[in-house]
Ligand binder design. Structure first.
Ligand code: ADP
Length: 375
């Protein structure tokens, strides 16, 4: 395993929260490195000699030119900010969540890779909702789905549509769906979907928010119609575009919108086996002296913690040996730094508490019983 693999579960990639960049055409930007079928590409150059990059450049250029009813600026913005670049996530990077992985494979990955088998009764869903407490791996799952299904991955947070992009949001939504169809197979991942599809808006921009919501629902319906009508032209493949959404507030989504998510997958807090796996993965590349019994103890102590809570505890505990050194840290040779010990975890657990309360958890479980998809 490489260090890149070790990094994947720790670094939380949140491209949708990046600062807005200046609008540089993606194709000619030396920094544009776009996740495409076949993996992330190194920086694209306008006159790249690499045939794979040239092919992607050509595909994107053709897509931007051919789509109609979309402003080029909006299309460029999607290419620069919304298509996820870099770091890939694979199934193995995600501890546990076997049921969710199976469900995602069936709903998205297999239909995208074998469209010929998923017709008629096996027609794939156009929408899937991942819901559950924060920090449980919903974003990681979405990224893994994109990697494993070799899809172009569009990631946007719904709250940025209604705040950061407000004013240009409708144009962006149109460009988003048009590009997703042009660059299919595509996953449109919408984080915090509740803020887009809630029955009421608390942004204070009621009218504008409503318009974005309407535009999103219309484009999403168009997608379903085009897919059902088997309209499959070159450069427009509605059948292989899926809206994958995540929320920590599933109850805020209005009823009509909720029904459009044919599958609603609960992503719960990690079970003991999952916590064991995650803790072992986190410790794998760290010098430590935790015994098996201590790891079991740690698993018991992290009952009620989310995946990201556990990552936070492990990162904090890993600082223990350095903190113990104080200023001497600057002069101590690396091989004389003591291993991470169980006491470091104990100390960290005093400061880092689970982010979801028992009552909060019950609300998710109730909603899952009422509205979640089984299986
Ligand atoms: P969510 O989208 O559910 O809020 P994320 O997928 O963004 O949560 O997870 C946040 C961070 O928590 C990840 O970057 C990772 O470090 C850690 N994490 C959460 N769940 C898992 C998991 N099942 N396996 C490994 N790491 C996890």
């Amino acid at each position: 395993a490489s260090t890149a693999k070790m990094k994947a579960p720790i670094v939380s990639p949140q491209p949708q929260r990046r600062q807005r960049q200046t609008l540089v055409p993606a194709i000619s930007s030396p920094n544009a490195n776009v996740t495409t079928p076949g993996g992330p590409l190194p920086p694209l150059m306008p006159d790249t000699p690499n045939p794979e990059h040239q092919a992607w450049n050509n595909r994107v250029n053709a897509a931007v030119k051919n789509i109609t009813g979309v402003e080029e600026t909006a299309a460029r913005q999607i290419l620069n900010e919304i298509i996820v670049k870099g770091d890939e996530v694979h199934w193995d990077d995600i501890a546990g969540l076997e049921q969710a992985k199976t469900s995602l494979k069936e709903t998205v990955v297999y239909p995208f890779l074998r469209p010929d088998l998923f017709k008629g009764l096996r027609e794939p869903a156009r929408g899937m909702l991942l819901f559950g407490p924060p920090g449980t791996g919903k974003t990681m799952l979405a990224r893994a789905v994109a990697t494993e299904s070799q899809s172009t991955f569009f990631a946007i947070s719904a709250s940025s549509l209604t705040s950061k992009y407000l004013g240009e949001s409708e144009k962006l939504v149109r460009a988003l769906f048009a590009l997703a169809r042009a660059l299919a197979p595509s996953i449109i991942f919408v984080d915090e979907i509740d803020s887009l599809l809630s029955s009421r808006s608390d942004t204070g921009e009621h009218e504008a928010s409503r318009r974005i919501k309407t535009e999103f629902l219309v484009k999403w319906s168009d997608l379903a119609h085009a897919a059902a009508g088997k309209e499959h032209k070159d450069g427009d493949d509605a059948q292989r575009v899926l809206v994958l959404a995540a929320t920590n507030l599933p109850w805020a989504i209005d009823e009509a919108a909720r029904r459009r998510f044919v599958r609603r997958q609960y992503i719960p807090l990690p079970e003991p086996e999952t916590r064991t796996k995650q803790i072992e993965t986190l410790l794998k590349y760290q010098v430590h002296d935790l015994s098996e019994a201590e790891i079991r103890n740690l698993v018991a102590l992290t009952d009620g913690f989310s995946g990201s809570d556990i990552t936070a505890v492990a990162k904090d505990a890993a600082m223990g040996p350095l903190r113990a050194l104080g200023e001497a840290l600057l002069s101590t040779p690396r091989d004389q730094i003591r291993p991470v010990k169980f006491i470091d975890f104990e100390a960290s657990l005093k400061n880092i508490r689970p982010s979801v309360s028992k009552e909060g958890l019950r609300a998710f479980e109730d909603w899952a019983l009422k509205y979640g998809s089984s299986g």
